[in-house]
Every structure is written in C-alpha cells, then in structure tokens.
Design a protein around this ligand. Sequence first.
Ligand SMILES: NC(=O)c1ccc[n+]([C@@H]2O[C@H](COP(=O)([O-])OP(=O)(O)OC[C@H]3O[C@@H](n4cnc5c(N)ncnc54)[C@H](O)[C@@H]3O)[C@@H](O)[C@H]2O)c1
Length: 343
Amino acid sequence: MSTVRFAVVGTEGIGTRHIDGIRKTPEAVLTAVCDINPDWAAKAAAQNGLDRSYTDYREMYRDGGFDCVIVCTPDQYHAAQAIEALEAGYHVLCEKPLTMTHAECAAIVDAAKKSGKLFMVGQVCRKTPGFRLAKQLVEQGEIGELFYVESEYAHDYALQPRGEWRRDPNYLRHPVVGGGCHAMDLLRWIAGDPTEVFAYANHKVLTDWPVDDCTISVLKYPNGVIGKVFCSIGCKRPYTMRTVLYGDKGTIIVDNKTPELTLFKAFTYADTGSTKYIPTMIPVQVNDHNMTDEIMDMCDAILGRRPVETDAVEGANTVEVCLAAVQSAAEGRPIVPAYFTRD
Ligand SMILES: NC(=O)c1ccc[n+]([C@@H]2O[C@H](COP(=O)([O-])OP(=O)(O)OC[C@H]3O[C@@H](n4cnc5c(N)ncnc54)[C@H](O)[C@@H]3O)[C@@H](O)[C@H]2O)c1
C-alpha cells in the first residue's frame, strides 16, 4: 500500500479544510464523501471528481472503498460515527473534541483498543507552527524550568455564520469542552497532565445560550507547575489563543494569529553592565487550521512509519480535563480529572 484512501463525513465547515489537506498530501486520495445535506455532499463529490456522494454515513461505510474515515460532523455525532467506522474496519481521524461526555470517551477508547485500527483526534493546535516552536524552545531549555503556563480560547460565536448545533440545548456543548479543549490540550502537550482543576464560570454575554459562556480554569500539575485557561465564546475581539509560558530563565508569548513568537530572556550590556529584557521576535507561519499536517501524520501512521500521537486515550484525556473544569465550576470545588490509561 502506498496511497491512503480517505472518506470524509461532514463536508462543509471544517470538512473543507480536511478535503484541502487530502488534496495537498501526495500519499492521500479522497474516494468518498458524506454530508447529511445532499447539496453539500454533491458539491464535495463534484469538486473532487467523485461519481457519487452519500447522505447516510452507514451506507458509505457499507460500500467501502477507503481506508480511513475523517469525522468532521458536530461533536454530538463523533462517538457513533467514529465507533461504527472502527467496527466496520476503518482507521479514524476524528475532529476535536473527541466527544463531550465521559461515557462516550470510554466507549471510543474501548472501541479503538478492540478494533486494532488506528485512531487520531485532530488536536490541531499541536500542528500550529507558533505552538510547535514554543514547545521546541521549552524542550531545548530556552526558558529553563516552567513554573506557570496559560492559554486561552477567545472567540465570538455571535459572529459564526453556521453551527447552530453548538447551542442545541439537547447536547449542552460546554464551551470549555467544545472550543476550550484546544487550549487545554495545548497546555497538556507542553506542561503535562494536570492533577487537579478548579474553575469559575459565568454567563453574561451569550445569555440566550444554554450554557455558561466564560470559564476560568486553574490547573495544578504534579511537579508544582500551575496554569490557567481562559475560555470565552462571547468576547468581543477577534479569535485568538494567546499563550504565555513562564520559565525560571525566560518567557514565551505566542498565539495562533500572529506571525511571530516573542521570547524574553535577560541580556547584560557589556558597556553599561545593565541587564534588560529585550524581546527576541521569531517569525512563524500563521496556520491555525493545519489539517494538512494531520492528514500527513495519519498517512505516516497507516503506512507504518510512526504511531499516532493524539490517539483515543490522548483525546479522551483532554476532554477529561475540560469536563473537570465544567464540574468544578458547577460544584465549587477542585476536581481530579478521570484520566484513561493505555493498559
Ligand atoms: N480543529 C478546529 O480548529 C475546528 C474548527 C471548527 C470546528 N471543529 C470541529 O469540527 C466539527 C464540525 O464543526 P464545523 O464548524 O465544521 O460545523 P459545521 O456546522 O460548519 O459543519 C458540519 C457539517 O457536518 C454536516 N453534518 C451534520 N450532521 C451530520 C450527520 N449526521 N452526518 C453527516 N453530515 C452531517 C453538516 O451538514 C455540515 O456540512 C465539530 O466537531 C467542531 O468542534 C474543529
């Protein structure tokens, strides 16, 4: 096998980025598309030279002709569509968040283990050039030992053109799970798994939504590092994920929308002897939806070159940190995330 055949479920929205990523990946080919909206399914098929499209993912799974399913539908469909794909013998790349409940996380982890198929959660911030550079600088010891990390998911959903499902009262998509999982996952990737989460939430901007629209989560790590994630889906500013990593020898400031990373370290001037913090601005590419790298990683894994980094357990554990924040805000006490293991 030298080419990986992909099927996409949910072709509009973020699905367009995955289809674009498949086009840009020489080892990937799109062979099937499904969208519940027949016009969008037909459009995706026509744009990609496919003879037919599907509106029922089960029919597409039965017909086959692909190796991997990319699940790009609203969060509440991830579990069923991903589990059924695994059970039908396909590898799966599933959009974040893995799903929205502990029970569904457990079901997906279990199905992935039993299937023997590869499973990747699209935690795309791990592919964002600025965040990748920040992690690399931390690992190289550029800012010394971390002592405090913070990130955010600051968005104004009032401006979203589509996606009414996000406010569906039947599913209660908590923003800290749905969108905040980006920032929680980013900090997990850089600083590790928090042992405890304490959160406050309020509901002052998108007051007609069924859930709190702003959450502050304070994170405690095993090595004494502390952290914070701010998540708002109603804030009046352009989308950003400003992230600051504080080490005992330096500080990194980076986001997903600015073409440079700021690194602060102290410099002493030989002539005056004075010490100052001069920023080093490192150029980075802005690419906050780098699905192409996800597709390339999935191809690498399926072709046996390397394991999947964000597997089902990894995706589930990010959701668990988010769920701990939701529970903490509701109950007013610190919560220990219910992590999954690979045993
Ligand atoms: N990685 C990221 O940065 C990022 C960004 C946006 C959205 N997302 C995630 O991607 C997923 C989709 O979000 P979106 O913004 O593209 O939503 P969207 O509403 O814009 O698009 C969803 C698509 O799925 C289709 N669909 C809905 N139910 C379906 C079903 N049962 N079967 C087949 N197709 C169905 C819709 O018709 C639509 O084409 C969500 O899980 C969301 O959290 C991730």
